[in-house]
Design a protein around this ligand. Structure first.
Ligand SMILES: Cc1ncc(COP(=O)(O)O)c(C=O)c1O
Length: 404
């Protein structure tokens, strides 16, 4: 028997401030499906959804761990072999990190949450870019801290504006978020900009939160960890098996706290807080050494596929009247711009596109751009033939939308 609740339980105000548009927009897709529309989900960066397969040796490592009885809690910071594999992998990338400074996390996401939780108090400020990966702003809202937005320039392939960042630093600034290679833009930062970011963080004693999940997915060769340019700079890096190792659902990630003694207290606080959630998913941790020390040949084909899809995406989007798109240099995201008519928003465009064509993208304001600027993010993991039909549909819809 269903009884109508006489009243609802109140929800904490902070939950209203938490916004993650990449999944939030799915509610609109469900409505479109209920009306009979087939939806193509181009909102979330999950290569497995598009047929890219998790390498078999990772699956075997997890299966073996489960069969061998490694199903209990692990140490909160992770099993030693996984922490050692992460440290050894950093070493091959030019950064010496002790395994003791590595913590295994439920994806990079949990590492980001842990790091922000120990670094910022209510009212503190964290520098994040526009556009930003929305988890940062979501977690900051949850903590009652303030995201302070720095500019990136689409005309220069979405490079960060270093002068603007410096102008925003205040006594309350606690951290600077750098996602390189970048989601949502697909940008890879120049060496000059990386050095400038490190120099700023070092000089102002601000922690650099370096999101490195796409470093193996840059089309012109892998990107070095930010800390490798200056091991003394206060850098906390995050990564996972989600993207470059094609296992996003496993929630197998890690964080590494660099920067020496300056970040010792932060490391201790992160470990204390990690104790409270007991451990990240145990059997999946055994895939980390298998991934980092083992065969990575799947990345050759994955990168070839990404380059091809990025090419189709850039060519087709830039050929549409009223649309422009900076060429992605990594990963599987592009951030095109539509010249919106006055009074219309990016959300109007994206929801209109969904209703008219079944294509689900994410409006740019979900990543912090202004609604009137007309940005949206597209995930281009679908095969090139399917992408061609996607861009045909975007072209037709955009012409109608702009003519209205
Ligand atoms: C920039 C960035 N950071 C963090 C994450 C979260 O990744 P994970 O699956 O490792 O939690 C993503 C996922 O899309 C991402 O793009």
């Amino acid at each position: 028997m269903v009884v109508d609740a006489p009243f609802t339980v109140p929800v904490a105000k902070r939950s209203a401030a938490f916004d993650y548009a990449i999944r939030g927009i799915v509610a609109e897709a469900r409505k479109a499906e209920a009306r009979g529309r087939r939806v193509r989900y181009l909102n979330i960066g999950d290569p497995v959804l598009f047929g890219f397969r998790t390498p078999p040796h990772l699956i075997e490592a997890v299966e073996r761990a489960m069969r061998d009885g490694y199903n209990g809690y692990t140490p909160a910071a992770g099993v030693p072999e996984a922490r050692e594999a992460v440290a050894a992998d950093f070493e091959t990338r030019g950064l010496a990190v002790s395994p003791d400074r590595v913590v295994l996390t439920a994806g990079a996401s949990e590492g980001i949450d842990l790091a922000l939780s120990v670094l910022v108090d209510h009212g503190d400020e964290v520098l994040v870019s526009v556009p930003t990966y929305p988890l940062y702003t979501g977690v900051l809202a949850k903590l009652g801290a303030r995201a302070v937005y720095y500019r990136k320039d689409p005309a220069c392939g979405w490079q960060p504006d270093i002068e603007h960042i410096e102008s925003l630093i205040s006594p309350r600034t606690r951290a600077l978020v750098v996602v390189d290679p970048n989601n949502p833009t697909g940008a890879v930062y120049t060496r000059e900009n990386r050095l400038a970011l490190l120099e700023l963080a070092d000089r102002h004693n601000i922690v650099l939160l370096s999101d490195e999940g796409y470093t193996d997915l840059a089309y012109n060769g892998r990107v070095s960890p930010l800390g490798s340019y200056n091991p003394d700079a206060p850098v906390i890096s995050f990564s996972s098996l989600s993207k470059a190792h094609l296992a996003p659902g496993w929630r197998a990630g890690w964080m590494a706290v660099g920067g020496g003694a300056r970040l010792d207290a932060a490391l201790a606080a992160i470990k204390d807080m990690a104790d409270g959630r007991l451990c990240s998913v145990g059997p999946m941790q055994y895939a980390v050494p298998a991934a980092l020390n083992g065969d990575k040949s799947h990345q050759v084909e994955f990168l070839r596929a990404l380059r091809e899809r990025a090419e189709v995406t850039t060519r087709r989007l830039n050929a549409i009247d009223g649309v422009s798109c900076a060429r992605p240099a990594a990963a599987f995201y592009a951030m095109p711009k539509v010249e919106l008519p006055p009074g219309r928003t990016d959300e109007d465009y994206v929801i209109g596109l969904l209703r008219a064509t079944g294509l689900l993208c994410v409006y740019g304001s979900g990543f912090g751009t202004a609604p009137a600027d007309g940005y949206f993010r597209i995930v281009f993991l679908a095969p090139p033939e399917e992408l061609d039909s996607v861009y045909d549909a975007i072209e037709t819809f955009t012409a109608d939308f702009l003519a209205e």
